[in-house]
Design a protein around this ligand. Structure first.
Ligand code: HEC
Ligand code: HEC
Length: 422
């Protein structure tokens, strides 16, 4: 008898439950207007080849010792597996990277998945590079390319997104790529523009690059190429190479109910309801492209002398922007641990636990990292200020999620939002 009940349950009830999940999830996706992403990608054009070559080329660093790929490696989820990267002068890749003569960079290297979407108008954790597509103007740390009347209009004109403008800044950072003053002529350049010009010359002195530039930008000549063209090519490569549009969730969106497991579906339903994730990770690319203070533990050297990092506030100077950082997109996020702007959260489960109980996540912070190449100090001093200003969309006293529900949300990200073989 007992076996018969189990059998009947399996045959009749299980498909019903599964069907209920689909009905509920599809209704939620409709309510939130979630639609499939466009799938066209350019992986073959000369501009793509040019961007690819630049992305992996050490010559964009002053001392020829680091490339974009060292911190955004495709094998490491377009990041570097470390909470915080080690800049130029460091040795090795990923968790094998050692300090050498390098410095610890104060923020986590973000993943670049779907950066063509999430970085179109605003880039960096604190949005210090932005682009207004209506007026076709930029705001960046370099005034010469900013606003309606830039003093170097030919550079601004070569750029068509925040992602492209962003790419011009890692090579200017002495710690990330440029090298310390005295170590090379680019590090010693008096202005950003001079550093860009010297780097451009390095690249265009190479005939292989000149041939690619001529194919990618018809009619261009060596004296007309500036660092904006290099930024634009890097952006084109990243936007296409790291476009993620074929996850199980995408197949599900296209109509295939069998593309995701029940656990992932339950996680997705929680994501759009009780767990409130959709309040910020909204839209087709799981980000509102806005800034929020979710009060993750602050670790590492920080952007300020006392280990603090005030996020968007450092760009706008507005008190309401204290500790706000940009909402990251979530496709393939399972590949780019650890998480958050300071890299303080080691796993996706740890991220969800943080939202479930932000106070505990901070007060009892334990990184859980082993064998890191550097010590990871915790900024206890500003912790309460950070928590006090927590975004009201994240309940201070936490979310009513049990262990099983948190695991389902993780499964949604790990399984549903991950494209194999990227
Ligand atoms: C030393 C490590 C390192 C190197 C080298 C490096 N990056 Fe990054 N990258 C980072 C860090 C750290 C951030 C976040 C900094 C911040 O937001 O303040 C970042 C941010 C970005 C972002 C913004 C992503 C987002 O979602 O806002 C893009 C795009 C990017 N890098 C592309 C590049 C490119 C292109 C290059 C090569 C020209 C490069 N990076 C070189 C560490 C590095
Ligand atoms: C109030 C807006 C908001 C809500 C609600 C929210 N997030 Fe976030 N999320 C962010 C922001 C902003 C960051 C980056 C913050 C930082 O690094 O300081 C982030 C970071 C993350 C990260 C790390 C991504 C990375 O690349 O490092 C994951 C994963 C994540 N959120 C998942 C979730 C899940 C799951 C939920 C629901 C339980 C959720 N978020 C709810 C805004 C939000």
């Amino acid at each position: 008898m007992k076996n018969l009940i189990i059998l009947l349950t399996l045959v009749f009830v299980t498909p019903l439950i599964a069907q209920d999940l689909d009905t509920e999830l599809r209704a939620l996706l409709k309510t939130h207007s979630i639609e499939p992403l466009k799938k066209e990608r350019d992986l073959t054009s000369p501009l793509f080849d040019l961007g690819h070559r630049l992305f992996v080329d050490n010559r964009l660093s002053g001392n020829n010792n680091i490339s974009c790929r060292d911190c955004h490696h495709p094998m490491l989820g377009t990041s570097d597996s470390l909470p915080l990267p080690i800049g130029e002068g460091g040795e090795g890749i990923g968790t094998n990277r050692r300090m050498g003569t390098g410095a610890v960079i104060p923020r986590n290297a973000p993943h670049l998945f779907n950066s063509g979407l999430s970085n179109k108008e605003v880039s960096f954790w604190d949005g210090r590079v932005s682009y207004d597509p209506l007026t076709k103007t930029f705001q960046t740390p370099e005034p010469a390319i900013n606003g309606a009347n830039p003093t170097r209009p030919e550079i601004a004109k070569a750029l068509s997104s925040a992602l492209a403008a962003q790419a011009m800044f890692p090579p200017l950072s002495h710690e990330e790529m440029r090298g310390q003053p005295g170590s090379n002529e680019i590090a010693d350049a008096k202005t950003n523009i001079e550093a860009w010009d010297l780097l451009t010359e390095r690249i265009t002195d190479d005939q292989v690059y000149m041939d690619l530039f001529k194919k990618a930008i018809p009619g261009i000549s060596k004296d007309k190429i500036n660092f904006g063209h290099i930024g634009e090519a890097l952006a084109h490569f990243q936007a296409n190479r790291f476009a993620v549009t074929n996850t199980p969730f995408d197949k599900y969106l296209a109509g295939d109910n069998s593309a995701m497991s029940d656990a992932a579906k339950r996680g997705a339903i929680l994501f759009y309801t009780k767990a409130k994730c959709v309040e910020c990770h909204s839209g087709n690319n799981f980000t509102d492209n806005k800034f929020h203070n979710i009060a993750i533990p602050q670790v590492g050297p920080g952007k300020e002398a006392d280990g603090n990092d005030k996020g968007l506030y450092a760009v706008t100077g507005k008190e309401e922007d204290l500790y706000k950082f940009k909402t990251p997109g979530l496709r393939n996020v399972s590949k780019s641990a650890p998480y958050g702007h300071s890299g303080s959260l080691k796993t996706l489960l740890r991220v969800v636990q943080h939202y479930q109980m932000p106070m505990r996540s901070n007060h009892h912070y334990e990184g859980g990292y082993r064998n890191l190449p550097y010590a990871l100090e915790v900024d206890w001093k500003n912790m309460n200020d950070r928590l006090r200003r927590l975004d009201p969309l994240v309940p201070r006293m936490g979310l009513p999620l049990d262990g099983m529900e948190m695991q389902d949300i993780v499964t949604f990200m790990e399984e549903g939002l991950t494209q194999q073989g990227m």
